[in-house]
Write a protein that binds this ligand. Structure first.
Ligand SMILES: Cc1ncc(COP(=O)(O)O)c(C=O)c1O
Length: 421
């Protein structure tokens, strides 16, 4: 059963302003009612620091533990201790990289890709520099917008210690074959770090299925609060040296969660996961058979919810592809094969002949269509595409609350802007 968009949109108070079209989603989505309720409720009824022996502290512990347990189910981690909360993906990655640096010898190698957000590149090049290691860069095919797997194979032949790869590109929308890459990396004994920030809002992110050691994501990209999450395999989180203060816990997740967390934000994460569960109950019937043998309860409903989102988003990707490729002045970067929609998320970067990306984004913004321009920190991508010095690209990113009508409206407005030049 497909999503009922007017019902879905009513769960996002910000969308009540129908003068605005939000296509800036890859930079951060609007927030669902479940998150808002959890945040408000937390701050009114359970606001306290953790592990106290009084009512609000105990209730606070209960909500935050529940949020962690829901994240465990969401990612299919094996234990709640494998879920670490932090301020955002970048801080968590820099934090972990400092610890992983201790595993590196000067002869070791690290693999990064040209397709990644800088938050999955620079933390690794910094530790490589510190430890005297070599970094191997995996390229992507500029025309197809896909990772060069031969390059990946070549890099893996050097038996790296760590492979850092993105699940979905925040610039090109490409979904990388992370499961295959993790398998190949494991075969040569590498640790695998997956940046799932741009995949998580669009489909099921399953750490066991991927077979990675670490995976990061950020809840503000999936309808929730400004909270980041790190999944780490328990043995690694246990054994690695964490940079922490003395009284902080010695074991995961506490040893990785420096200082007081964003409690209301974490409560909000639980609200978003409850929303996905609701989607699963209401719209996930078609996906029950696929997951019910391996999952039950909340984990099953979360999978059904994310599968319903993914199925609906094909229509958004298809419409964006159709509309953007029908305008001759528009150049699309990244995968454009309508027969391979399952290899991309609805994130499209474009340039339009005769327009600087900033000017185009401004003109769209003036007409109520919110899009991002520049490099969106995917600096390696804009450099590799040769657009960094000309203002980057304009990014249009859909999620499951966007409608096909909004995509058609974008097409009309783009044509209007181009013809008025
Ligand atoms: C693919 C990707 N990775 C990492 C990040 C950084 O996330 P955060 O803002 O949580 O540090 C972003 C943010 O846009 C992103 O798109």
């Amino acid at each position: 059963m497909t999503l009922d968009l007017s019902r879905i949109r009513s769960y996002f108070p910000a969308l009540a302003d129908d003068q605005l079209i939000y296509f800036d989603n890859p930079a951060g989505t609007q927030v669902c009612q479940g998150t808002l309720d959890r945040v408000t409720n937390y701050l009114i009824h359970t606001n306290a620091n953790r592990h106290g022996v009084f009512k609000t502290a105990q209730e606070s512990d209960r909500v935050l533990d529940e949020a962690r347990a829901a994240c465990k189910d969401f990612y299919n981690a094996s234990r709640v201790e494998e879920i670490v909360f932090g301020p955002n993906m970048t801080s968590l990655t820099l934090h972990l990289s400092r610890s992983l640096a201790h595993l590196l010898e000067p002869s070791d190698r690290i693999v990064v890709t040209w397709m990644d957000h800088d938050a999955n590149i620079t933390p690794w090049t910094l530790i490589a520099e510190e430890r005297g290691c070599q970094v191997d860069w995996v390229d992507f095919d500029v025309e197809e917008g896909t990772l060069n797997m031969q390059d990946m194979e070549r890099a893996l032949e050097q038996r790296p210690k760590l492979v850092a790869v993105g699940y979905a590109s925040n610039a090109l929308g490409t979904i990388n074959p992370v499961r295959k890459i993790a398998q190949m990396a494991k075969d040569v004994g590498a640790l695998v770090f997956v940046d799932a920030v741009q995949y998580t809002p669009h489909g099921i992110t399953d750490v066991e299925e991927i077979g990675c050691d670490f995976l990061v994501s950020s809840a503000y990209k999936w309808f929730s609060t400004h909270v980041g999450m790190l999944y780490g395999r328990i043995e690694l989180l246990d054994e690695l040296k964490a940079y922490k203060v003395r009284p902080a816990p010695k074991h995961p997740p506490g040893k990785w969660e420096t200082g007081t967390s964003n409690h209301e934000g974490i409560a909000g994460v639980l609200g978003a996961l409850e929303y996905f569960e609701w989607l699963g109950r209401e719209y996930g019937g078609d996906h029950l058979a696929r997951y019910q043998n391996d999952f039950s309860g909340r984990a099953l409903r979360l999978r059904q919810g994310m599968a319903a989102i993914k199925a609906y988003e094909f229509e958004i990707s298809r419409a964006l592809l159709e509309v953007l490729s029908s305008i001759p002045e528009v150049h699309i970067y990244g995968p454009t094969d309508v027969g391979r929609l399952d290899e991309r998320v609805p994130t499209f970067s474009i340039n339009v002949d005769g327009f600087h990306p900033r000017e185009l984004a401004e003109k769209l913004g003036q007409r109520g269509i919110q899009v991002w321009d520049g490099n969106y920190y995917a600096l390696a991508v804009t450099q590799r595409l040769g657009v960094e010095d000309s203002g980057g690209m304009v990014r249009i990113g859909g999620v499951h609350y966007n409608t096909v009508e909004e995509v058609y409206r974008l097409g009309e407005v783009l044509r209007e802007i181009i013809s008025s030049r």
